[in-house]
Every structure is written in structure tokens, then in C-alpha cells.
Design a protein. Sequence first.
Length: 80
Amino acid sequence: MVTRQVEITEDQARYLEEIAARQGRPVADLIRAGIDAVLQTEASREDLKRRARALSGRFRSGVSDLSTEHDRYLEEAFGD
């Protein structure tokens, strides 16, 4: 493990201690879980970007002005 010094607000400390007491877990576990959640969210976002880039250019609409008129086409397709 790596030790990091992190400053949090009084409210954050109080809430973390309340949650830790309720769950019977150390505050450090909650902080690590929070970090894991942030990292997982970022990994998911990066995966979505990668998948979107892989799809880019694979399909053709047959419409020459789609990039400038996409809002109009969506409104026509889905209504107001």
C-alpha cells in the first residue's frame, strides 16, 4: 500500500465517520472504495470512448448534410 496525506472538510470527515460506524468499517476502507469508484467510472468512460471511436465511420447515412443538419433529422425522426 501507498500512504497519501489528503485534506478533507470537517463535514466530509464527520459523514465518513458516521458511515464507517454504521457499516462497521474503517474510514480508510470507505476512502479506498470511493477511489475505486472514481477509477472504475473513468475506466468505463475510456472504454465508451474507445468503442465509439471504433464505430466511427463504419456506417453511412446516405445524407450529405448530416453533420450540419443532424438536429433537424433527429426532430423529424423522433418528433418534438
